[in-house]
Design a protein around this ligand. Structure first.
Ligand SMILES: [Zn+2]
Length: 140
């Protein structure tokens, strides 16, 4: 944990709906909603399944494993708070369970990033309340 963390933190619009995701992240687990009516995983957190409109959503723990679906290397961040991090990798990760999640690829030099490389989740405890889910090359 970095006590003086001063970058913007995620500010979920629907705090109650997404609370289990953030609580899981604090436990260093990746969690996502699963619809008990149609069985599909739902990302991002919602009140209704986007596939069948059921409200029967439960939370499921995922493996945290995935592959790099796409990425870009950030040299000029939109928010100046992240200027000290450049260059960093903004990644779309395809989880082994199927859904794609936007995150950062860390512990990987930009020139070492490769589409479809195996990744695993890592958990960045940026404050006492907030843990960010990021990804790194698998097997490190
Ligand atoms: Zn459904």
């Amino acid at each position: 944990m970095v006590a003086e963390y001063s970058k913007p933190l995620p500010n979920p619009l629907h705090r109650e709906t997404s609370r289990p995701f953030w609580e899981a992240a604090r436990r260093h687990e990746l969690s996502m909603q699963r619809c008990t009516a149609c069985g599909r995983l739902v990302w991002y957190p919602r009140e209704l399944c986007p596939f069948c409109l059921s409200s029967a959503l439960e939370w499921a723990r995922l493996s945290g494993r995935g592959r790099l679906h796409s990425y870009t290397v950030i040299h000029q961040p939109a928010n100046p708070a992240f200027q000290g991090d450049v260059p960093y990798i903004y990644a779309i990760v395809e989880l082994e369970e199927g859904p794609r999640i936007v995150s950062n690829l860390v512990e990987c030099a930009p020139e070492q990033a490769r589409i479809d490389m195996a990744l695993e989740a890592v958990y960045d405890d940026v404050t006492a309340e907030v843990t960010l889910v990021k990804f790194r090359p698998a097997g490190q």
